[in-house]
Design a protein around this ligand. Structure first.
Ligand SMILES: [Zn+2]
Length: 187
């Protein structure tokens, strides 16, 4: 799946309680710490070209980094550690294993199939490539639907919070009540 979509899925599914940014970032991490680093180095050297790179151009360290960042075994262990010592962080961090789970069926053997069992096994699945137009359309439609639910749920929570503050401070009188009190004063 493309990196932006990973960030958005992760941010919306695991970025509750003002943690959207953090979950969004964790959703990007597997690609940032592999292809992202390589792109930065290429740009710094003035060698950047748009489009899918040829396999011979990719350095060995990139494959190693990709294996580490896309391994459910390694990232699952890190997640379990967070869950044990710092649960607050474990929730937004879940966007990282979600990235790997989404990559497994959306990468074909042609280009970086997901090494999700690394280092225990080199087994990978021959999925469909995420770059197909119908998959992009389906994926971003799904994200749009989730975004609508997300914004509505957040607004609902905000309204509920401001209502409870009004009730607590006694400023929760309705417009009808205010109107009737002002008309009785003027009468
Ligand atoms: Zn990835």
């Amino acid at each position: 799946m493309d990196t932006l979509a990973h960030g958005l899925w992760g941010g919306m599914l695991f970025g509750w309680r003002r943690r959207f940014g953090l979950a969004f970032l964790f959703g990007l991490c597997p690609d940032l710490f592999s292809f992202g680093l390589w792109i930065v180095i290429r740009m710094a050297r003035g060698q950047w070209q748009h489009g899918r790179p040829d396999a011979y151009m990719l350095p060995e360290w990139l494959h190693t980094a990709y294996n580490f960042t896309h391994s459910l075994i390694i990232i699952g262990a890190v997640w379990a550690l967070f869950w044990w010592v710092w649960k607050e962080l474990a929730v937004p961090f879940s966007a990282w294993p979600l990235h790997i789970l989404c990559d497994i069926p959306t990468h074909s053997q042609d280009f970086f199939p997901t090494p999700f069992l690394y280092p225990l096994s080199s087994f990978t699945i021959d999925g469909i490539s995420w770059g197909r137009w119908w998959f992009m359309l389906l994926n971003y439609t799904g994200l749009l639907i989730l975004a609508l639910f997300w914004v509505r749920a957040r607004e609902g929570r905000r309204n509920k919070a401001s209502y409870s503050i009004e009730v607590a401070t006694g400023s929760g009188s309705t417009q009808a009540e205010q109107a009737s009190s002002s008309s009785s004063k003027s009468a």
